[in-house]
Design a protein around this ligand. Sequence first.
Ligand SMILES: [Zn+2]
Length: 114
Amino acid sequence: MHELGITQEILKLVLNAAEEKHAQKIVCVDLKIGEFTAIEPECVRFYFELTAKGTLAEAANLRIQSLPLRLKCQECQRVLVPEAPYSFKCPDCKVNNLKIIQGKELYIESIEIN
Ligand SMILES: [Zn+2]
């Protein structure tokens, strides 16, 4: 999987932000990961702990919030929260005209430093 590369990028961003603020250490990192990104939160956590060793983020509490997939029907505007295995068909209109409005995110929500 590509979680290692992603986690290294996240760590780099977090460390840059902390260094800019002359932080002593990073206390907390809030991460949002969309359910439809194919990124395993537990993998990210594992790699984060591994790659953060010896950095300001070594003892950081990594909080990961998973954002469920949300689809919006372009016909009737209905918002759906489908469960895996995902169906990309509106149960009302029976058409395949759904747009992903949530679930592909990957971003750092906030960083707490000391
Ligand atoms: Zn519909």
